[in-house]
Design a protein around this ligand. Structure first.
Ligand SMILES: Cc1cc2nc3c(=O)[nH]c(=O)nc-3n(C[C@H](O)[C@H](O)[C@H](O)COP(=O)(O)O)c2cc1C
Length: 143
């Protein structure tokens, strides 16, 4: 069965963009037939791909005070995505030191945006290659 994957991300300094590109590559390696990757700001150019997607990865960065107050960075930009009704979504957030409960918080935000979040992960910005492989395998096995 063909599997369409969309990877969209919100990145300030490039870590989450890199994570998104690695996720796209790992999805192709894992057998996804069609994979597109774009920043959330450009989502309006990808309505068709979003509508056709079997799985949408959505990524952002961890905003917080390191020990507490973790929340998804760039919430307004994430909320500007089209509503993700009935879409299976895999949520990821990159972080530097301590992600706290970012993956649950980001999953909850995306659920409020209509998504059905099937997997969520916090990815350390210096260990992206290692951590992306399992996350993508888990996420694709959920569809
Ligand atoms: C204002 C601000 C707050 C941050 N708070 C945290 C934090 O609480 N915990 C953490 O591990 N990293 C924190 N970070 C680090 C970023 O989440 C991390 O570098 C991330 O990978 C950046 O992604 P980007 O390069 O896609 O923008 C913070 C960064 C900024 C700019």
């Amino acid at each position: 069965m063909p599997v369409n994957v969309v990877v969209t991300y919100n990145s300030r300094t490039g870590n989450t963009r890199r994570a998104a590109e690695l996720i796209a590559g790992a999805s192709t390696m894992a057998g996804a037939s069609d994979v597109v990757v774009f920043p959330v700001e450009r989502a309006n150019e990808f309505f068709h791909e979003l509508a056709e997607a079997d799985l949408v990865f959505v990524g952002t960065w961890t905003d917080g005070l390191i020990l507490f107050g973790h929340r998804p960075g760039g919430t307004a930009k994430i909320k500007s995505l089209p509503k993700l009704w009935n879409k299976r979504v895999a949520a990821f957030a990159t972080y530097a030191v301590n992600p706290g409960n970012i993956s649950d918080k980001f999953a909850a935000l995306l659920e409020r945006h209509g998504a059905t979040v099937t997997t969520s992960a916090a990815l350390h910005r210096r260990r992206l290659e290692d951590e992306v492989t399992d996350f993508v395998a888990d996420s694709l096995s959920s569809i």
